[in-house]
Design a protein around this ligand. Structure first.
Ligand code: ADP
Length: 517
């Protein structure tokens, strides 16, 4: 074997010559033995092969010449040799360079002190480990990880992975905007804690029972601050080799969608309501036509009979009752005509705050005897709208009267006007009455819906309001209603609504039925 060894290998005198040479020659890892002055005393065959060097290009040369082909020692800041000579263990350097094929080579160069029997450091063993492949794998793994993490974070929804006990192992960045938690804060929580009444645990039960993914289930989750929000959940098991090892959930925030759905529903309700009211309007106009003439007849003949009887005649009292009831019927006919918009229309530029003020002034007398506090909170600037003064006044008279009725003489009415962020001119009439029961909310704008006792309400007030506001291309809604009271919100556009203009032209152009109104 010894003839295979390079003749020039120098052996420290303390080491047995043959053993040392053989050992070094066959070391599978490229290795050098360096003297205390950095000269190469021995090089393994694997080292010479790795770098394509011959013995005489290595032996007796300083290590920096062998490694870096330079004649200057490496800078003290990077050279680990002195530390190794002081007996430090586990020292290494990383070398990176491109080989002749242009491939990046990464080497870990380890330095270990070598001592004699007295423990004195007599040299340093320098071995080279090629970690290029490991580095490449590490880089591509971290690139893959980064790609996955970008993908998961770009997904529209909270992606959450949990173990089979529900302990959260991973959650993407959407945890913050949707749930209010930083992802790290969720790592010591369970998936079940994210939903009220353990809804998500129930879904996991469905997952168990169905043995397939749970898709698009609408439920709720609880935000960090305690608020519950509507979400859609997809849930599935994470499998490894066919065995479930965890649960994967995708939680989609439905807040925006629910808002849009609500708007759509209310718009749909408005259309249905408008259609229904249009039909009822035509019917109301017909009924008013038919009633007007007999009512005039009853009034005329009642007056004739009253005049033909002495004032103290016992029938006079009954005739007064008849006249009063006829008056009530006339009021109803007037309301019906308002509702079916058969009255005349005059368009003009109005200040919405003024219209509300005028309406209140007209019924103010009714409130004086009551314990009502009236507060006005009008916009500081005029709120110009195009509309019919009489009709719009009627709108606010009806709303304020209803507010007064609701409070039964004791409470606070607030009238507020402002311009909203879409440029609509708004008026709110609020009261501190008992509120509208939820089962009545959909009905209050329907004609003849009333909860007032007979003689007190016809159920036409809000349907007239609805009709007038719709004709002005505005919007009326119950903004809120509960035990603290009710707020009606009227919003009107600034410009003249086309439909109203057409209507006014038609009516004022002489097409109005003279027998009505
Ligand atoms: P009427 O006043 O003749 O009953 P409306 O159409 O004006 O007819 O009102 C219909 C119903 O809506 C009322 O009978 C009442 O039940 C309810 N309502 C209207 N405004 C209010 C209010 N501010 N507070 C509570 N309920 C109200």
């Amino acid at each position: 074997m010894s003839e295979l060894l390079p003749a020039e290998v120098l052996v420290p005198s303390e080491l047995p010559d043959a053993t040392f040479r053989r050992l070094f020659h066959f070391l599978p890892i490229p290795t050098l033995f360096l003297s205390p002055d950095k000269r190469v005393l021995a090089a393994s065959r694997s080292f010479l092969e790795r770098y394509g060097l011959a013995d005489d290009q290595v032996l007796e040369r300083p290590c920096y010449e062998v490694f870096h082909r330079g004649n200057q020692p490496c800078p003290a800041s990077v050279c680990r040799f002195p530390a190794a000579m002081q007996g430090h263990q586990g020292l290494y350097n990383i070398h990176q360079y491109r080989n002749s094929l242009g491939r990046l080579v990464v080497e870990e160069v380890h330095l270990s002190p070598c001592t004699d029997q007295q423990g004195r450091v007599i040299g340093v063993i320098e071995s080279v480990r090629d970690i290029s492949e490991a580095k490449r794998l590490e880089n591509s793994l971290s690139e893959t990880n980064e790609l996955f993490s970008c993908l998961l974070n770009s997904m529209l929804g909270v992606v959450v992975a949990a173990d089979l006990q529900g302990r959260i192992l991973f959650v993407n960045h959407n945890a913050k905007p949707v749930l209010g938690y930083e992802p790290e804060e969720l790592l010591d929580k369970t998936l079940w804690e994210l939903s009220p009444h353990e809804e998500l645990k129930r879904l996991r039960g469905i997952l168990d029972a169905s043995r397939g993914p749970v898709r698009g289930v609408r439920t709720q989750v609880t935000k960090k601050e305690g608020e519950t929000i509507p979400v859609k959940v997809n849930l599935n098991y994470i499998h490894r080799n066919g065995v479930p090892i965890g649960t994967l959930g995708i939680i989609t925030d439905l807040r925006e969608m629910v808002k849009i759905e609500r708007h759509l529903n209310s718009a749909r309700m408005q259309v249905v309501q408008s259609d229904k009211l249009a039909v009822l309007g035509r019917m109301a106009a017909g009924v008013a036509h038919e009633l007007n003439n007999p009512l005039t007849g009853i009034t005329v003949y009642t007056d004739l009979v009253r005049e033909s009887l002495p004032p103290d005649h016992p029938a006079q009292q009954d005739l007064t009752f008849i006249a009063e009831d006829v008056d009530r019927c006339r009021d109803i006919v007037r309301d019906l005509l308002d509702y079916s918009r058969q009255g005349s229309i005059e368009l003009e530029t109005l200040d919405l705050s003024k219209v509300v003020e005028e309406a209140y002034a007209l019924i103010r007398a009714d409130s004086l005897s009551l314990h009502l506090k009236v507060i006005t909170d009008f916009a500081s600037q005029p709120l110009p709208i195009q509309g019919d003064r009489k009709l719009l006044r009627q709108v606010f008279i009806n709303l304020i009267s209803n507010a007064m009725d609701a409070m039964e003489g004791d409470g606070k009415i607030t009238m507020r006007t402002y311009e909203d962020d879409r440029g609509m001119r708004c008026a709110e009439i609020s009261d501190t009455g008992p509120g509208i029961p939820s089962e009545h909310l959909a009905k209050v704008f329907e004609p003849f819906f009333t909860t007032k006792e007979p003689g007190k309400g016809t159920g036409l007030g809000l349907s007239v309001v609805f009709g007038v506001i719709a004709r002005h291309e505005g919007h009326i809604s119950v903004k809120e209603s509960g035990p603290q009271g009710t707020t009606f919100l009227v919003s009107l556009p600034a410009s003249a609504p086309k439909t109203l203009q057409d209507f006014a032209d038609k009516i004022n152009g002489g097409e109005e039925d003279e027998t009505i109104g």
